[in-house]
Every structure is written in C-alpha cells, then in structure tokens.
Write a protein that binds this ligand. Sequence first.
Ligand code: ADP
Length: 382
Amino acid sequence: MQKTIIEKKELSNRKLASTGGLTPDEKLALLAAIVESSEDAIVSKTLDGIITSWNSGAERMFGYTPAEIIGLPITILIPFDRLDEEPKIIEQLKKGERVDHFETRRRTKEGRLIDISLTISPVRDSDGNIIGASKIARDITHIKALERRKDDFIHMASHELKTPITSIKGYMQLASQIISGKEFEPLRQEFPHLDVSMKAVNKQVDKMISLISELLDLSRIEFGKLQITRSEFNLEEMVQETIRDLRPTTTRHEISFESSFSGDVSADRDRLSQALINLLTNAIKYSPEAGQVEVKLRSEENFAEISVRDYGIGIEPKDHRLIFERFFRVEGKNEKTFPGFGIGLYVTAEIIELHGGQIQVESDKGKGARFTIRIPISDKLK
Ligand code: ADP
C-alpha cells in the first residue's frame, strides 16, 4: 500500500506558506498596497458617517485628496435627493448586515453626478463590536449610459413597430369583412383555405401586437411612466370578460372560474385585466400536456384575490423570485421551446405594485403553478 510521509522540511514550508511567510507588519503593508492600487474607491467611516480613510481610487473617482476629506461626513458625496439613503445604510450596518452592490449616484468634488455600485460591510473591533464601515465604490457610469441607450432603443423600436402593425391589423380586419361578403362566395369556393389563412394571419398579428405592447410597457417602467388610472368596477365581471376573450385562443385548455367575491374595487380595469391575461397566457403556454386552468376569485381580509392555477411544467423554488425580474426565463431543454421575452411577469408585478397589492407564486417542477394576485379593496367599497 502506498504511504505518504510528509517530511519535516515540507511541514515547515507549509506553515510559512499559510502565513504567506510574512510578519504582521509586512502583512499590513501588503494590504495597504492592495487598497492603494485598487481602481475602486475604498473608504472607511465611523458609524456616525465620518470618513476615516480614503484610497487613491477614491481620490481619482471623487476628486478629493485624503487631506481634504478625512474627518468630514460622508454625506458630502451624497446628492440632496438621496440623503435618506445614509440613515438606512447605517441602520443595516448596525445590525451587522452588508449592503451588496447597491446602485446609486454620488457627487464628485466638481459637482458631477456619477453612477456607482456600492458594497458596504461593517468593521468590527477585536471584541466583535461594530465600530464603523468599509465601503467599496465602483464607477458604473459607462455601464448605466449603455443601459440607458439600450432602454432608449427599446422605447423607440417598440413605438416605431406599433404603428405599422396596428394598421396591418386594421387592414386585415377590413379584408376579412370584405371577403366574408356574398359577392366573394365564388372566390371562397375556389380557395377553401382563404378563411383559415386569414384567421391564422390575424392570430399571428395579435401575437406580434402583444409582444410589442410588452416591450412598450417595459420601457414605460424603465422611464417611470407606467401609470394606473383608477375607476370603480365590478371585479368579477372583469375576470369573466378576460377569460371569455381568452378562451378562443386555446383549443386544448378548459378555463374554469369560481368566485365568492362580487363587490367593486377601485383599480385600473385595463391594467388589471392585462395582468390576468399575462397569468392566463402563461398558464396555457406552460402546460402543453395538461388541459385544465382554474381561476378563482375571493376576498381575503382587505384584499381581493385572483388565483390562476395550471397543471403544467411548473417552476423550481430556486427560480420563484427570479421569474419576476425582467428578461428572466427559466433555462432548460423544454423551456427553450416556449416563445417569449421574459417581460410579462415583470410588467404584471409592476402593475400589482402600483395598485399597492401583492403577487405570489406556488409551484414545483412538474407540479404546475398557482399565481395569486391580491389588490386592496378600499374601505368605502367593502
Ligand atoms: P415569458 O413567458 O414571455 O418568457 P414571463 O415574464 O411571463 O415571460 O415569465 C418568465 C418565466 O417564468 C417564463 O419564461 C417561464 O420560464 C416562467 N413561467 C411563467 N409562468 C409560468 C407557468 N405558469 N408555469 C411554468 N413556468 C412559468
């Protein structure tokens, strides 16, 4: 049997390697050199927000020399409209929690605003008490500028696409109407597939309109322009209407509806219906092998609750939060076959948030999914 003997010399080499072969002073000097050579701004501060150290990265990024800024409050870097961030950060640090990759803006010495990503960790003394914080700031101005250009492009492209596709839809409807007239009977006889083809084109045009509308909504959210207009309406009727409009889009699925809530709500009828359409089209799309989709409406305390249950491919718990993020689509060989942009749930969650409501998913892989949205019922409508 093979035996491995570790010689004394090798052991002492290992010990040296584990301490890096450095004395504590040398280690400190090395650490200081690493901090100094970093491209990122590395800064420390007390729990009162007073700056205690400032590396060359910070000097390059913000323009202040260490002599100018050490001893001053960190708020000197914070734009006026973001001053409320600091107390929240301090609160989190006092609890011993890190702030990870927090994207915000800070002001340089010459007054220029820069986009930065901040990671802040509590600093403890030898007894473990939190005595301050270390901050690493990375300049992400160029990344943000690129993101803004991409958002501008999505906004412009979806606007430009919407106009021609809407007019194609109009002309298609007109053409269908004309062709269904009596005088076109001989043409229909000659081309029996004409009607089917027109319907197929119409369906594809509708799909394109809905994809373009998703893109438009996405850019509205990015520009903070997605808004809701409230009116009072009967929720049960709205849900019924939405289901009725969607039934013709599927031949494989039966959409059932059960309701124990018949009151009015104060909400944006179109936007809420759009949220429900997103949940229903997903339920249909992601359950190719199952035929049942169940919609339930009820009230729960001060909320009206709509749930959509399917028996399709389901979602692993690790992806439950991610599916509400923009562009996120579950990876997998099956999932690749379902068309989509990964925007629908992001927009849906935003619509529900604008209503002061909640959205929730219960699901497991292969077990189908239940999405539930809750919106507050205003006191006077109860
Ligand atoms: P899209 O369907 O266009 O990809 P969504 O934002 O509506 O975008 O959904 C994000 C992802 O969540 C989908 O790509 C899919 O992986 C998953 N998902 C959403 N609804 C369901 C569902 N009912 N069953 C299984 N997976 C779903």
